[in-house]
Design a binder for this molecule. Structure first.
Ligand SMILES: Nc1nc2c(ncn2[C@@H]2O[C@H](COP(=O)(O)OP(=O)(O)OP(=O)(O)O)[C@@H](O)[C@H]2O)c(=O)[nH]1
Ligand SMILES: [Mg+2]
Length: 164
């Protein structure tokens, strides 16, 4: 079976582990296409503790195995040790954390500047859209240098409505 390795990065507490737990639960119950169509209420968020080290989650979809390797935000200084094994990057930003958004963007730019990530597709997820503190995308754009981010990559824009 073909296997894809994805690296899941983002500052501490942005919701990487919750997102992966939910993805795993959904795919255990039904296939992803069905889950997306139903847009069902996912209920209470599963409890988590900060990821110390690596959190590995494997999901099978369309006869492909996807291995998500989440690195805890606290491991930021050594994320680059894991770039070489990844085919794709998923970077999560907490849309409700005003104090963290700017540093999250700087960290992302560092990741995108690394030689080993140059050819990797990047999925940027703005998380916690349910939070009362969630900033609008125009507020986020004023803080985050989205133009700098996209200038580092050819961009394709996809929007989807699954809420983790
Ligand atoms: N409101 C809201 N809270 C969320 C969401 N996703 C995660 N959380 C909460 O955010 C906190 C941190 O979630 P984690 O998934 O552990 O964060 P993480 O990115 O894995 O953090 P590290 O492993 O420390 O890097 C938890 O209290 C979650 O319940 C979301 O979509 N909305
Ligand atoms: Mg985690």
């Amino acid at each position: 079976m073909a296997e894809v390795q994805l690296l899941v990065l983002g500052p501490e507490g942005v919701g990487k582990t919750v997102m992966l737990k939910r993805l795993q639960t959904l795919t255990a119950q039904q296939n992803l296409a069905q889950a997306q169509q139903k847009r069902q209420d996912l209920g209470e968020a599963p409890s988590t503790i900060p990821t110390v080290g690596v959190n590995l989650v494997t999901v099978t979809h369309n006869r492909k195995k996807y291995t998500f390797r989440e690195l805890g935000g606290a491991m930021g200084p050594i994320w680059n040790n894991y770039f070489k094994d990844a085919a794709c990057l998923v970077y999560v930003i907490d849309r409700a954390n005003q104090a963290q958004v700017a540093s999250a963007c700087i960290q992302l730019l560092e990741v995108l500047s690394a030689k080993q990530t140059q050819e990797m597709p990047v999925l940027l997820i703005f998380n916690k859209i349910d939070s009362p503190d969630c900033m609008s995308m125009s507020e986020i754009s004023a803080i985050i240098r989205l133009r700098d981010v996209s200038s580092k990559r050819e961009t394709g824009h996809h929007s989807f409505g699954m809420q983790f």
